[in-house]
Design a protein around this ligand. Sequence first.
Ligand SMILES: N[C@@H](CCC(=O)N[C@@H](CS)C(=O)NCC(=O)O)C(=O)O
Length: 316
Amino acid sequence: MSSLETLPEEITAKIAKNKGSAAGELRSYEPSARAQAIACGDLKVGPDTAENVVLYSHYASICSQRARMVLVEKQVPFKGVMLHYELGETISPTYMGINPRGLVPTIIADGEVVFDSATIMQYVNNRYAGPDLTPGDDQQKALIKQEIARADFFPIRDLVTRIGMERSATGATYSGWGAEGLKKMIGAMHEYKVKYPEFAVNYDQKIQDWMGQIERSQNPQVMENTYDYANEVMDDFDKRLQTQEFIVGNEFSLADITWVPVLIRLQYALDFKIWGDGLRPNLEQYFVSRIKTRPGFKPAIVDHYYNNVVPEGIAS
Ligand SMILES: N[C@@H](CCC(=O)N[C@@H](CS)C(=O)NCC(=O)O)C(=O)O
């Protein structure tokens, strides 16, 4: 499915109601306080049985892969709406009405709009029945949270933007980002902010954000620091995985869901040889024998590459 026409009625109604207002419920920049409280465990709900969950995601985006993985691992049935950056679907006024950041992923979970992959992962885990993806004692749970925060700040966007721009000359990107794609999207946002003034502030912020990102990704010092940091984190994982099965302890958890899409992007989609082929062998072993073999890996990751162009090493 790849259309926004499929929005549930109550959400279309909310968008219509908020149109033109400066601070509608759906226009806030953070997920709602309730969604955040459920995600961080302050508000206990459920375990609910999911009845009507819709996921807006992009086929290869890291944050989208996290959201798909958590839903699949939790065995939450959901309706997937694939949005294409290339077609401007993540910046359309309809989607901005749902997620004012114009970013994927977003879920509408039985009527509640939730965005930000870290929030979505924890929200889904805390709200719905299914295997607990934050297993273990309090210390282990705290470590899982720590990994979610660490992955959230990992500068993957610096790398994706830089390599996407370098590669776009050959047309070989897995994410749809490239110099041309970015230029087109920024141009479209300049047009949209005039055409849809109710979202002008949002478009302006996104334009600034992207201009800043492009500049950052062209700075050699920033890139050097990013590569150093990536190597440091991979060393840490390789060392841990010598004595434990998963990123935190011996059970699969949200710590794995948060990092696996980053590992995939680094190794396969960016051609950034950081593990595999004998490099960081414990990390490779973990990925090949404990992650790729999970029943949820194919439906959450492999099945969604655009035009079935699956990075080598991902397909089983
Ligand atoms: N912190 C957010 C970041 C979301 C995000 O940056 N999504 C990217 C894809 S991974 C996106 O939608 N990019 C489009 C854009 O920046 O316009 C999350 O974890 O969900």
